[in-house]
Design a protein around this ligand. Structure first.
Ligand SMILES: NC(=O)CC[C@H](N)C(=O)O
Length: 367
């Protein structure tokens, strides 16, 4: 087994020593950590991690392998992966390849044997940390240039009809036509819509409302995606127009973009919410749900005290905004991931609530 030393050189001046897994591929990006105990395959293929070096706080990664059907996108977009202990002998009846095969196939710059607990503390204490995965421990630990066009790199470039992967018991085509704006969508979002009977069309992130109109959607989903939501502020006009016209569900980046488009503000969280056990309270029912999350920005609570919008959900840990609902229009948004994967499906009902806002084809078919 290859045991070549590699380094994670941080903008804080810290240098952590580890070993290369797969090829020695240098990389740089923002350091983030994910606390999920399972779901590394979905994390590694979630396009919202584009440009980021992801540290998994759970120490053992790869123990149940990787399968052919749980990728959240066609190929991983994360800048790099940092783990403690890789498992080379996975056991799962559906596993078809190993962690080393995964990082080698997709050329994911990866270091293991890193002290991920120490690294997580550095990120928690410093908030915004950038780093390089490198063979050269002298690599200058500077802030790297952030990519403001990261969404463009992960979005589809053509209007695409998609089928869900689990549609055997539901016939897509009987439910409403939902158009998904792709800012870096996770396949679990379109899979869930298809499972609920929707016809699903995915469109590029910057598709003008006039083109959307030609597609005759009955509902719109604004997807998750990477980067600072303010990079897409220039799309506010598009977003206002579609949210004025169609029942809309915004998820994560989509939620943040709806807030920005309607006069709200977003801000950076001290060190992000990334994991699969974040408690969120539904302010209508008072119930708390355990949610899957992956975000570094959040809608500023004070900025959404706007006419026409209510806060529908808040985070129980830090009281941050987790959802918005328009007072008169069928528009709702959530900061967490109702499609889960990885994580619990407690909030799957968000999709049903959204579909129930679509006239005629909503509640009756999907209740
Ligand atoms: N998963 C997402 O959509 C993330 C949204 C945004 N990029 C953030 O980090 O806050």
């Amino acid at each position: 087994m290859n045991e070549i030393t590699g380094y994670l050189v941080l903008s804080t001046g810290d240098v952590l020593e580890g070993k290369w897994l797969g090829e020695e591929i240098a990389a740089e990006g923002e350091l983030v950590f994910n606390t999920a105990m399972t779901g590394y395959q979905e994390v590694m293929t979630d396009p919202s991690y584009a440009g980021q070096i992801v540290t998994m706080t759970y120490p053992l990664i790869g123990n149940y392998g990787f399968n052919d059907f749980d990728h959240e996108s066609l190929k991983p977009s994360l800048a790099g992966l940092i783990i403690s202990s890789p498992c080379h002998t996975p056991e799962h009846y559906q596993a078809s390849f190993t962690l080393t095969e995964m990082v080698s196939q997709y050329k994911i710059p990866t270091l293991y044997d890193i002290d991920t607990r120490a690294l997580t503390r550095i990120i928690r204490e410093n908030g915004e940390v950038y780093g390089k995965i490198t063979s050269n421990k002298q690599a200058a630990p500077k802030m790297i240039k952030v990519d403001t066009e990261v969404v463009k790199k992960v979005s589809v470039t053509k209007i695409t009809k998609v089928k869900g992967k689990n549609t055997s018991s539901h016939l897509p085509g009987k439910g409403p036509h939902v158009v998904v704006y792709d800012y870096g969508y996770k396949h679990s979002i379109t899979d869930t819509l298809a499972e609920l009977g929707c016809n699903v069309t995915v469109v590029p992130y910057d598709t003008p409302p006039a083109v959307i109109k030609e597609l005759q959607p009955e509902g719109i989903v604004l997807s998750n995606g990477p980067g600072d939501p303010k990079y897409l502020s220039y799309l506010g006009g598009h977003i206002r127009e579609v949210t004025d016209k169609y029942p809309t569900l915004g998820i994560c980046l989509g939620h943040q973009l709806v807030a920005l488009a309607h006069g709200g503000q977003t801000e950076r969280l001290p060190y992000g919410h990334r994991g699969s056990n974040h408690p969120v309270k539904d302010l209508t029912t008072g119930k708390v749900f355990i949610t899957s999350q992956n975000h570094g920005y959040v809608v500023d609570m004070d900025s959404v005290e706007l006419a026409n919008w209510d806060i529908s959900h808040i985070n129980v840990n830090d009281r941050s905004v987790e959802g918005l609902v328009h007072r008169t229009k069928p528009v709702m948004t959530v900061q967490f991931h109702p499609e889960a994967h990885p994580g619990p499906i407690d909030t799957y009902k968000i999709f049903k609530e959204f579909l129930s806002k679509i006239p005629d084809k909503g509640e009756k078919q999907h209740a």
